[in-house]
Design a protein around this ligand. Structure first.
Ligand SMILES: C[S@@+](CC[C@H](N)C(=O)[O-])C[C@H]1O[C@@H](n2cnc3c(N)ncnc32)[C@H](O)[C@@H]1O
Length: 282
């Protein structure tokens, strides 16, 4: 594991109430999918889940596991769209408490590192949304360990389903490297202060790492969708500047203002991207 439980708690535990001020109502902390003109953030987040639910070939007779379930947004959507049981694991204590309090029908949530998770029975389908960026640190990537670490994740998940099972997977990506010092500093700030221990994978690393257990059946690139999502989060953060400064202090506001502004520039300039993949267990 790269991001430790302490680092995860740093990333997600400023306060649930803080994130409620600028995320959508269902608390998705990942890219939405703006597939139709004029969609609101709420509609695009619901649509993102519909795409992943379909990629996972879910229906009301099936059980699904969400690896890195955040505040339970995907569990809530899958339960509502139709599922026999929805299961989730997260490393964040605050997120797990929030999930439990939501009382999602037929939901089971654990605070667990995926690498140590040992389910009692197999699942029919899997979903995992922007969790893989917590698995390899910049130092490990420099040592050439990225593909090996991502493959360990894909191999482990393969043990939890039968051959033929479908997996709706989404990942934030890194692509080009900015040239200006200020841009490099802003990206380093995001990695060190907001998401310590993490690194966004490159798409070619993921395509290598799914082998030998998974086949890539289709993919949708979501760079411009993530630009729109982070921009909407940023606008909502700025609208709540007064409350945030008062309740959580100037530093929290300024850190998140810098982080979200950097995200928008990162997607605009192709430093970062995002992908949804439909994978099938071989
Ligand atoms: C960016 S959040 C995404 C949350 C959620 N999937 C969503 O769409 O809002 C990443 C999630 O991965 C979880 N996570 C990171 N490393 C993990 C690990 N080793 N095992 C289980 N969960 C992990 C974090 O606790 C967090 O819930």
């Amino acid at each position: 594991m790269t991001s430790t439980q302490e680092e995860i708690d740093l990333s997600y535990s400023v306060s649930n109430e803080f994130f409620e001020l600028w995320l959508d109502k269902n608390m998705h902390y990942t890219s939405a999918a703006y597939d139709r003109p004029g969609m609101t953030l709420e509609e695009a987040q619901e649509n993102k889940l519909r795409v992943l639910y379909d990629m996972a070939e879910m229906d009301a007779s099936k059980t699904i596991l969400d690896i890195g379930c955040g505040w339970g947004s995907a569990l809530e959507c899958c339960s509502r769209f139709g599922a026999k049981e929805v299961h989730g694991i997260t490393l964040s204590t605050e997120q797990a408490k929030y999930c439990w309090d939501r009382n999602i029908p037929n939901a089971h949530i654990w605070i667990k590192d995926y690498a140590l998770f040992e389910p009692e029975k197999k699942f029919d389908a899997l979903i995992s949304i922007e969790m893989i960026d917590h698995l390899c640190s910049p130092a490990q990537a420099r040592e050439g360990k990225a593909i090996e670490l991502y493959r360990a994740y894909f191999n482990k998940l393969a043990e939890w389903v039968e051959p033929g099972a479908a997996f709706g997977f989404q990942a934030i990506l890194r692509n080009r490297i900015p040239r200006r010092r200020k841009d490099l500093e802003d990206l380093a700030f995001t990695a060190d202060v907001i998401f310590p221990g993490g690194l966004n994978p490159r798409i070619e690393e993921l395509v290598c790492a799914i082998n030998p257990k998974w086949e890539l059946e289709s993919l949708i690139m979501r760079r411009t969708d993530y630009r729109a999502t982070t921009n909407e989060w940023w606008q909502r953060l700025m609208k709540n500047e007064g409350i945030i400064r008062e309740k959580w202090g100037d530093q929290v506001y300024e850190d998140y203002d810098r982080y979200l502004g950097t995200c928008v520039r990162a997607f605009d300039n192709h430093w970062s991207g995002d992908v949804q993949m439909k994978l099938r267990r071989i």
